[in-house]
Design a protein around this ligand. Structure first.
Ligand SMILES: [Ca+2]
Ligand SMILES: [Ca+2]
Ligand SMILES: [Ca+2]
Length: 303
């Protein structure tokens, strides 16, 4: 028998919450290999000099170049995947809909290395361009990059920006891309990108075998590679003058709801919504829980 106040079920219940965002979702684990010989709708710009840049595909990768110059000149190449690129796999909702955890790709530097190399993720509504500086690649070969899509890893805006904004902006991505700034050399410089991928947290995998799948851990903000980190709640005390006291492990930039029932044969009813996270623990009192019947609870991650 379950005793009064047992937590029946916990986890990231996200059913209705997905309606918050209207953007189509990016495709988890989508990879663009450019093996078709086409640029697959990717586009190039030089925002510094305000012109479009042509991209090419020599057969199996996306290529971009800087022409030979007679004197040093600052130039930039941003190669972008907009909604029109790669069948839309890299635009839209990176958050609820796709649970994208990292971006990976290979970069080829024919003879030089770019003066600046960074990844961009831009939001549709705010026009925020988040960037992440990458380590210097090798000249004359390929360099593999994997970029965690995690604010704490070092994502930046030009001015300001915080973890909450980053998360909100990931809900509707207008484009994602790679920026290369011309090496100071006046020689011709050729670069290429291949196997560009956005990798998602899987509902089928439980990497740390703690009973919560990787996707649910992404939503809950727990560590999918640490079995000691999982979404847990407890009834702290019962029969207080105010009601039952619930407590759960919370993560930053989350909003919670509480569902309860007194009879497991009936549906759970939502009894609280819009509870902001107060990490590492949230406490909530069910002031309606005063009778002698059993109470069962579920904690929902709403956003
Ligand atoms: Ca390829
Ligand atoms: Ca897990
Ligand atoms: Ca875990």
């Amino acid at each position: 028998m379950m005793k009064r106040g047992d937590i029946l079920a916990l986890g990231a219940v996200v059913g209705g919450a997905a309606l918050v965002y209207l953007a189509a979702a990016a495709t988890p684990d989508a990879v663009e290999s450019w093996d078709s010989g086409s640029v697959e709708g990717w586009v190039g710009t030089d925002p510094l000099n305000a012109y479009d840049v042509s991209l090419s595909n020599p057969g199996d990768r996306l290529e971009v170049s800087f022409a030979k110059k007679t004197r040093p000149v600052p130039e930039v190449r941003i190669i972008r995947a907009t909604a029109a690129a790669s069948a839309g796999d890299f635009s839209g909702d990176y958050w609820w809909g796709a649970a994208i955890t990292n971006i990976s790709f290979s970069l080829y530097c024919e003879t030089h290395v770019p003066a600046v190399l960074q990844v961009y993720v831009a939001n549709t509504n705010t026009d925020n361009w988040w960037f992440y500086p990458l380590e210097t690649p090798v000249a004359g070969g390929w360099t593999q990059y994997q970029v965690p899509l995690d604010y704490a890893a070092g994502w930046q805006l030009g001015v300001g920006g915080d973890a909450g904004q980053f998360k909100d902006d990931l809900a509707n991505v207008a484009w994602i891309g790679v920026e290369l700034q011309r090496n100071v050399s006046t020689s011709k410089q050729v670069y290429a990108v291949d196997n560009f991928a956005v990798n998602g947290a899987s509902k089928l995998a439980d990497s740390d075998e703690d009973g919560m799948d990787d996707w649910a851990e992404f939503i809950a903000g727990t560590n999918p590679n640490d079995a000691d980190s999982l979404f847990l709640a407890d009834v702290l005390s019962t029969n207080t003058p105010d009601g039952f006291v619930l407590q759960w492990k919370s993560a930053g930039n989350r909003v919670y709801g509480v569902h309860s029932t007194t009879n497991l044969l009936l549906d759970f009813e939502k009894v609280a919504t819009g509870i902001p996270a107060t990490p590492p623990l949230n406490t909530w009192v069910d002031e309606a829980a005063t009778g002698q019947v059993p109470y069962f609870y579920k904690i929902e991650v709403e956003q």
